[in-house]
Design a binder for this molecule. Structure first.
Ligand SMILES: Nc1ncnc2c1ncn2[C@@H]1O[C@H](COP(=O)(O)OP(=O)(O)O)[C@@H](O)[C@H]1O
Ligand SMILES: [Mg+2]
Length: 364
């Protein structure tokens, strides 16, 4: 069971949208998902079609008494075949005061105790956090093994993120478990230079900690929330659905323990028979800002272990990707401004696990 907290003290950067639609995308791939709504505003609860005021029980009871009468499984509601939710309510905002007299550790371990007591029903637990780093967010971070920080590409300020990363680092030390943090660019409008530059900056700053997938602006995401269903159900072909499907794919392909073991550079003697050799592929485009390559050779983690060169031919930019591969047959795709694409220069392809075609590369 992977427990992932979706955190950023800034409001409106796509935390709730990410929680709900990532849950939808993971469910489409056959994973069982629990959404934990830790925001008193209950936006995730609403976006999954529930009216918080109509519910008899919510997380408040659980956090007040996690292993007693208010066990987590007693308040969970199944909203679809593979998605359950632990709903929120405005009363959650009173938790801080209610637990004021308790020790810091005792106060912040509530959610982790509740999740540990759950029967092993879920592949993923996604925790939506409020827009501040208070008691509720601390509870989420203590319960989690991984953190996703959504970052707005339409309005990006590095200071806030740095502060958040420091807080997470301090907390990791204190609780003695490492949190695997990744950032996810959201609200991306590739038509504006500002957003393209910001995306470049975010990638430069966070490198492999940045998801390759990018969540583009898509009004369907807003509409889906109003209708109380994830976009994978509301508009499965909308770009919002594709973007969250690609985040789900990245997450499932590379759990933290795998990310830690993939070598960042592979070397071999290129002249020996059967030894790894350098293979060069090229992608040309006039409009693209960011092009990466992912395949079974790098665990589908874009540009991992790949050397990249960028050049210009008139108006067209040319990305050269140098892969070091042993002889064999490989599948790959380009990720162009966050969108997964076949190689337009390669006629050979095969259907991938999600039905979309992967390009094929033979190395002899
Ligand atoms: N990719 C997107 N495209 C269009 N609208 C979005 C997108 N992501 C989020 N929104 C909208 O922006 C607003 C803030 O997003 P939300 O997920 O609620 O942020 P947070 O939970 O961080 O406060 C919501 O109205 C949401 O529907
Ligand atoms: Mg929210």
């Amino acid at each position: 069971m992977r427990v992932i907290a979706i955190v950023n003290q800034k409001g409106g950067c796509g935390k709730t949208t990410t929680t709900v639609n990532l849950a939808g995308a993971l469910a489409e791939e056959g994973h069982r998902v629990l959404v934990v709504d830790m925001d008193p505003q209950a936006h995730a609860t609403l976006a999954l079609g529930l009216e918080p005021d109509d519910l008899e029980a919510n997380l408040y009871e659980v956090l007040v008494e996690p292993t007693g009468a208010g066990r987590l499984d007693s308040i969970i509601i199944d909203v679809s075949e593979s998605i359950d939710i632990a709903p929120s309510s405005i009363v959650l905002s009173a938790l801080e005061q209610k637990l004021a007299s308790e020790r810091h550790d005792a106060r912040t371990e509530r959610l982790s105790a509740a999740i540990e007591a759950l029967p092993p029903l879920y592949d993923f637990v996604l925790i939506d956090c409020p827009p501040n780093v208070g008691l509720l967010t601390f509870n989420a971070l203590r319960a989690a093994g991984e953190v996703i920080i959504p970052l707005e590409t339409s309005f990006f300020a590095i200071d806030g993120v740095q502060k958040l990363l420091e807080t997470i680092g301090l907390l990791s030390e204190r609780i003695g478990h490492k949190l695997h943090v990744r950032v996810l660019p959201t609200l991306y409008d590739g038509r504006t230079r500002y957003a393209r530059n910001t995306l470049g900056e975010i990638r430069e700053l966070f490198k492999e900690l940045c998801f390759d997938s990018v969540i583009r602006l898509n009004v369907k995401l807003r509409e889906a929330a109003k209708h109380g269903v994830p976009i994978s159900r509301f508009a499965p072909t909308a770009i919002g659905a594709l973007d969250y499907a690609s985040v789900a794919m990245e997450l499932a392909a590379a759990p933290p323990e795998v990310l830690a073991t993939i070598p960042t550079e592979r070397r071999g003697a290129p002249d020996a028979i059967g030894a790894p050799r350098e293979v060069v592929v090229r992608f040309k485009d006039a409009a693209a800002g960011d092009v990466r390559i992912a395949g079974d050779f790098n665990g589908w983690v874009p540009d991992r272990g790949v050397r990249s060169l960028i050049a210009s031919e008139g108006q067209t930019r040319v990305w050269t990707k140098v892969l070091t591969l042993e002889p064999g047959t490989y599948q790959y795709r380009y990720v162009v401004d966050g969108e997964w694409r076949e190689d337009p220069a390669n006629p050979q392809s095969a259907p991938g696990p999600t039905g979309q075609p992967n390009s094929i590369l033979h190395v002899r």
